[in-house]
Design a protein around this ligand. Sequence first.
Ligand SMILES: O=C(O)/C=C\C(=O)CC(=O)CC(=O)O
Length: 219
Amino acid sequence: MGDIADDKPVLYSYWRSSCSWRVRIALNLKEIPYDIKAVSLIKGGGEQHCNEYREVNPMEQVPSLVIDGHTLIESLSIMHYLEETRPQRPLMPQDCFKRAKVREICEIIASSIQPLQNLIVLIYVGEDKKKEWAQHWIMRGFRAIEKLLSTCAGKYCVGDEITLADCCLVPQVFNARRFHVDLRPFPIILRIDRELENHPAFRAAHPSSQPDCPPEVAK
Ligand SMILES: O=C(O)/C=C\C(=O)CC(=O)CC(=O)O
């Protein structure tokens, strides 16, 4: 048996969770092999709430990553850990201003969009209002991101290299489509999403490529 640090990382993930998806993209881009432990967010009221998983993640959410003998939670924190410990294929720019832009975009998605259209919030909002609610918060955040991108985007969100901002953006665009948001007012977001849809690291991280994707949905 090798050192704990040699063990393959384990990602607790759900196929359609945008936060799990962000981390899958980062792991793939950095070419870090990992195993997936699927956690169904819907089966039996959600496996994330069972006692065993609460020990892994006290927030009862995915993702969690077991790596280097540690258990890490919260997708942005996990991605920064990967960036700091695995410098290959950097996902943050060198330039401090560009780094700030990457963090801005990540934070808008991770704090001001995704949590508001998360399953637990939508259950609380109720079936009648949930689509309008999700659309409202996604459009609000996308308006801000589109404006930021008009000054900082190159081929990707910040310049011409893929960064953590792109890892966050692509899954959020999927969610926007899921809630039937009209994306025509966001041409830069759409262009970047199209640019990345066929990238191997992004394709492999896509919900339809996941082991727990229902067969009727998988491509
Ligand atoms: O309907 C389901 O399949 C259950 C959960 C999700 O998709 C995940 C979310 O709550 C949205 C998200 O990750 O942004």
